[in-house]
Design a protein around this ligand. Structure first.
Ligand code: HEC
Length: 136
């Protein structure tokens, strides 16, 4: 029985030596059920209703947004049935275009099928654009 008691001692020491991870979580951390990744900002939750954001994830009512920054509007992903308005938009998604689109989609892309009232808070838009830039 010396082995068993030795193991018990080791486990006891391990348990005492480890910091308690739960105590280190900041109160503001989003719960795992709200976010799939640590960086996804709270403001993106309203987009996630319609947009997946991980490579190869099935589309929701909107196109998967992985790789959208730097792409031509209405081309990524190639298998999404974009509106004629989006296909004819003719611009490339950079920070300024994305910020303007999130603020008022129908003004930047007339005829878009994206039904979103617009995010009016510049700081929340910036957080969304920062996040979209990480989706590469
Ligand atoms: C109610 C569903 C819905 C919501 C909410 C929504 N979208 Fe969309 N989004 C769509 C649809 C549908 C399209 C396709 C529009 C078209 O073809 O005109 C789209 C298109 C886009 C595109 C163009 C993609 C490309 O490849 O050109 C971007 C970028 C985008 N959405 C970003 C966002 C962001 C960021 C948010 C959150 C602030 C958001 N969307 C919220 C449904 C939605």
């Amino acid at each position: 029985m010396r082995i068993v008691s030795g193991l018990a001692g080791a486990l006891f020491l391990t348990a005492c030596g480890q910091p308690q991870p739960a105590a280190e979580q900041p109160d503001t951390a989003p719960s795992a059920s709200q976010t799939a990744t640590a960086q996804r900002p709270p403001a993106f939750q309203q987009c996630a209703v319609c947009h997946a954001d991980t490579p190869g994830a099935p589309r929701r009512s909107g196109p998967n947004l992985h790789g959208v920054m730097g792409s031509k509007a209405g081309t990524v992903p190639a298998d999404f049935a974009f509106s004629d308005g989006m296909k004819k938009a003719g611009f490339t998604w950079d920070r300024a275009k994305m910020d303007a689109f999130i603020e008022n989609p129908a003004v930047v892309v007339p005829g878009t099928r994206m039904v979103f009232r617009g995010e009016k808070d510049p700081a929340r838009r910036e957080a969304i654009v920062d996040y979209l830039e990480t989706l590469k």
